[in-house]
Each structure stands twice: as C-alpha cells, then as structure tokens.
Design a protein around this ligand. Sequence first.
Ligand code: FMN
Length: 181
Amino acid sequence: MAKNIAVLVGSLRKDSYNRKIANEMIRLAEGKLNMEIIEIGNLPLYSEDLDENPPLQWTAFRQKIQSADGILVVSPEYNRTIPGALKNAIDVGSRPYGSSVWPGKPGAVVTSSVSSLGGLAANHHIRQAFVFVDVPLMQQPEAYIGNSSKIFGEDGKTVVPDTEKFLQTFVDAFQKWVEKF
Ligand SMILES: Cc1cc2nc3c(=O)[nH]c(=O)nc-3n(C[C@H](O)[C@H](O)[C@H](O)COP(=O)(O)O)c2cc1C
C-alpha cells in the first residue's frame, strides 16, 4: 500500500513556485506515494511558554506529522538559509521535550530558487535541522532547482519536460527510500 507523506512547503506565497513544484511531485507520485501538503502558515511562533497549553494549530500539525510515514520538504531559500515559517514548523514538531514527532520518519529535501543556485544553502540548513530532530534523509539524488520562474509551461503549472523527468527520478528514489523504513 502507498505510504503517506507529509509535504511541507517553505513558502507562504500564493503563487509560490515551490508550491507548484510540490504539486507537480504529488501528481508524479500518484499510485506510488500518497503525498499531502500540510499547511504551516497558520502555526503560532514557537515558544516554550505555550507548551503547557499548546495552541490547537500546533496540536493539529503535530498529529498530522505523527500519522505520516515520511516527510518531503519543498522550500525556497531566504537570505541564504531556511525560511522562518519552515523553521518554526520544525521547532513546533520537535517539542515539548521528549515528545518530538520527527524521529525516524524518512525524509527528503527539495529547494528551488529564481537564481541559478537552486537554494543550495537552505537545502543544507534544512538537512542540518533534520539531523538533530533525527529524520533520516535521502542523500541522493539531491534537488537544487534553479531558475524556478522559467521551469513552468504555458499553463503556469506543469513543469518543462527536463524538470519533470528529474522530479520523477527524485520521487521514484524517495519512494524506494521510504519503503526501506
Ligand atoms: C525574504 C527573501 C529572501 C530571499 N533570499 C534568497 C536567497 O538567499 N537565495 C536565493 O536564491 N533567492 C532568494 N530569494 C528569492 C527567492 O528565490 C524567490 O523569491 C522565490 O520565488 C521564492 O520561492 P517561492 O516562489 O516558492 O515563493 C529571497 C526571497 C525573499 C522573499
């Protein structure tokens, strides 16, 4: 049976290229992995002061991650690092101390950028945080998608064939990675 994957999109922007890439990966994974975007834009900023009486949005988010078999992050780079909303989601899922929802869930990271660098720095910063919260990450293939504003066809949604081919390779490798766990 297809495993359930929580997809976290690091951009909150309505017309986000990363969200479009995530949606394309969801399409390419059909019948292989059940991927669903878990929204992170409504999560109050993490503070330990709220741990005793956590906001409902935190609890709902933690439950969704808890029930997933794996994690896929598709994110831009902000100022050479992780967008704040995504880092907040990782922090929310990691607490209260001793009750983190992340450990042991296989993960993968895709970054994209309008520049040619493809969010390389953010990709590795996301990986760094996931090392600490004990998410075993797929090492290869890596995904740094550059020139993200140019990879969509005329409908503005479907990616160009080369990128589609790469994303299919990535999704298929991720399926194999998830099934090892
Ligand atoms: C606050 C901010 C910081 C950014 N910093 C970077 C950066 O460090 N490296 C980069 O390649 N692009 C950077 N960009 C440009 C993003 O690649 C671009 O806005 C991209 O479209 C964001 O992804 P999205 O389309 O999914 O929202 C930045 C954009 C914003 C809004």
